[in-house]
Write a protein that binds this ligand. Structure first.
Ligand code: ADP
Ligand code: ADP
Length: 238
């Protein structure tokens, strides 16, 4: 469902590629973890998958349609099918859990709709359900700035889920959380992944987390793919 052909990214002024000639294809049901040190190209890769980053060369095909041939309207539609969670959560601190979930990952215009109370009863009910799914019903009307890191990421997950995505993308979603909380969050992501039969692709820098949860592991080093295979076959010494 997602196909990456000869993808390279070089940022202006840089001598080296941030990503270099990546070829991959992903299917529904895969739980992919992307491993690599800081600067390996993980974030750039994830941003190419949802069209936030334009590659220097190469293509990303979403169900056989090239992302970079699409206009903004078409891209927006595709992005709604891709739920995204972030290292720093990207929430609006002064809004409540409910308001953040309704706001949507990319829909800053909907913040106003939100504040003006313009959501339908159905939208509000669906938001309540996703908040329940992530275990935050008792915090629903609290401001996000008052929550713990783990709870904030749960809000991020609920917000992504509200879009009923087919793909779940995570850009280091547990890098600012402690190990125990990281495990809770990965358990939740795994439950959601299994329940909705998603394609999940998540950047991590913790080998143990990647090995525990991934069905497929990809390692990047200096923008190049150095491993693509089963987690148990990955030798972290290399
Ligand atoms: P990771 O997510 O694995 O830490 P990144 O994808 O953020 O890696 O970065 C890959 C490489 O691209 C790094 O060398 C980084 O310095 C460079 N890079 C990332 N974003 C930019 C940018 N906006 N401008 C210039 N260089 C960038
Ligand atoms: P924190 O950052 O506050 O530690 P966690 O992500 O660790 O946040 O989760 C807080 C608590 O919620 C944990 O004790 C965890 O067991 C519990 N929890 C996890 N998943 C759910 C769920 N789906 N519904 C209700 N509670 C949950």
């Amino acid at each position: 469902m997602l196909e990456i052909k000869d993808l390279s990214v070089r940022f202006q002024g840089n001598k080296d590629d941030a990503l270099s000639h990546i070829n991959l294809s992903f299917e529904k049901g895969e739980f992919v973890c992307i491993l690599g040190k800081s600067g390996a190209g993980k974030s750039t890769f994830i941003r190419c998958l949802n069209g936030l980053q334009k590659p220097t060369t190469g293509e990303v095909y979403w169900n056989n349609h090239s992302l970079f041939d699409m206009n903004e309207e078409q891209l927006r539609k595709i992005r709604r099918e891709m739920g995204m969670i972030f290292q720093h959560f990207n929430l609006v601190p002064r809004l409540t859990v409910m308001q953040n979930v309704l706001t949507g990952t990319f829909g800053y215009r909907s913040t106003f709709k939100n504040l003006l109370g313009l959501f339908s009863a159905e939208e509000i009910n669906r938001a309540k359900e996703t908040i329940e799914d992530v275990g935050l019903t008792d915090q629903i009307n609290r401001k996000v700035e008052l929550l713990s890191g783990g709870q904030k990421q749960r809000v991020g997950i609920a917000r992504a889920l509200l879009q009923q995505p087919k793909v779940f993308l995570g850009d280091e979603p547990v890098s600012s959380l402690d190990p125990g909380t990281s495990n809770h969050i990965f358990n939740l992501i795994q439950d959601i992944h299994n329940q909705h039969q998603l394609l999940t692709i998540i950047n991590v820098h913790d080998v143990h987390l990647a090995k525990r949860y991934a069905t497929r592991l990809i390692a990047l080093k200096d923008g190049k793919m150095i491993f693509d295979g089963r987690p148990e076959e990955f030798d972290e010494e290399k």
